[in-house]
Ligand binder design. Structure first.
Ligand code: FES
Length: 367
């Protein structure tokens, strides 16, 4: 009997899997996933415990991460991983709840708006149910509450309110006494996310002032202007936090800068990659993925992460916006252009971020 087992190819395969793997979790996880998805080791599992509507196109998902999750600071982001039609999709969102809630009941919230054509956001709205387990990455980002306390101005647009909600809840619960003003721009009053929560904060936290502007509900649309900033007392001494669509953030940056507020007192967080103007004539080229022994060609401003995924590779990544550095890897030769800054790399070996690097001629990547 023993000799039969010793000669069994299945047994040999199992032995190799168990003892020769760099990453044992990759072997055990599919099994653990079947027994209890909360035991998976390659990522932190988080169970969806509740889902509720905020507005007609925005939902809040309540998640209970496994105990080993490291937590977060108010205003940070996380990447989540969801299987859609058998393919793992990763996306980054801001956490909308306070870390105090996570420390109290072990749950966090993501507040997510549908996006036209958004594969993951729309799937979450239409198909994600309670008791489903999704993957949760480590929190990252430096959009943080000032410490020590300083007067703060938030300018938020639409679903850009989500990291601000996390910070406001945290400040209110931590006896933040410096004045805090939120200028919140939405299309209509019906688009205000977490309206009840925001109004409740004004009732119980005297340092907080809320101003909501419904840009489509006035005769002349109310975009951010000097008039709005005139209503903020002590503007020059405020630390400013901006979160929303790029147009609003550019306008806010410009107006604040003209009011003499220095760059180091203005903090922004983006929804999408703010692309530089790239010279399309120099972009694209042959890409060699060394470890996978795969050669593909690329055109235009496609970044290496998209090129690798199109070639059925699954490089590690998080935010897809150049923030988290989870997609960093070695370029062994060739030039890439940073899609955010327009800057070209050197031709030799160096670390690059796949999600913002566009090949400019032939490149070799160590994946
Ligand atoms: S995926 Fe976050 S920096 Fe590239």
């Amino acid at each position: 009997m023993i000799s039969v087992l010793e000669n069994s190819p299945t047994l040999h395969w199992l032995g190799r899997q168990l003892f020769n793997r760099d990453d044992p979790a990759a072997f055990f996880d599919p099994l653990l996933e079947r027994i209890n998805p909360m035991w998976v080791q390659q990522y932190t599992p988080a169970m969806v415990t509740a889902i509720y509507n905020e507005t007609a196109d925005t939902k809040t998902f309540v998640l209970a991460p496994a105990k080993r999750w490291l937590g977060f600071e108010a205003g940070q982001h996380v990447s989540i991983g969801i299987d859609i039609d058998g393919i793992r999709r990763n996306r980054t969102f801001s956490l909308s709840s306070s870390p105090i809630r996570w420390r109290t009941d072990g749950t966090v919230t993501l507040t997510i708006k549908r996006l036209p054509g958004g594969l993951v956001t729309n799937w979450m709205h239409d198909h994600l149910e309670t008791d489903t387990v999704i993957g949760l990455g480590d929190a990252f980002g430096d959009f943080r509450i000032p410490s020590p306390q300083e007067p703060v101005l938030y300018i938020a647009g639409g679903s850009g309110i989500t990291p601000v909600l996390s910070q406001l809840e945290t400040m209110a619960a931590s006896d933040y006494r410096a004045p805090v003003t939120l200028l919140y721009f939405v299309r209509t009053q019906a688009d205000v996310i977490a309206a009840e929560k925001l109004h409740a904060l004004t009732g119980r936290w005297s340092a907080f002032t809320l101003k909501v502007y419904a840009t489509s509900e006035t005769e002349t649309p109310q975009f951010l202007s000097d008039q709005h900033l005139d209503e903020v007392p002590g503007l020059a001494g405020r630390r400013c936090y901006l979160c929303g669509p790029k147009g609003l953030m550019d306008l806010a940056n410009d107006l604040l800068y003209r009011r003499g507020i220095s760059e180091d007192r203005i903090h922004s967080t983006f929804f999408s990659v703010p692309a530089a103007n790239l010279d399309s004539g120099t972009l694209g080229g042959a890409v060699h993925f060394e470890r996978s022994n795969l050669d593909v060609s690329s055109e235009g401003d496609a970044v290496l992460l998209e090129i690798a995924e199109a070639a059925k590779l699954s490089p590690r990544h998080g935010c897809r916006m150049g923030i988290c550095h989870q997609c960093s890897c070695r370029k062994t030769s060739g030039t890439v252009v940073n899609r955010l800054t327009g800057k070209a790399s050197g031709p030799g070996e160096e670390t690059i971020q796949l999600c913002v690097s566009v090949p400019s001629g032939p490149v070799s990547i160590d994946i």
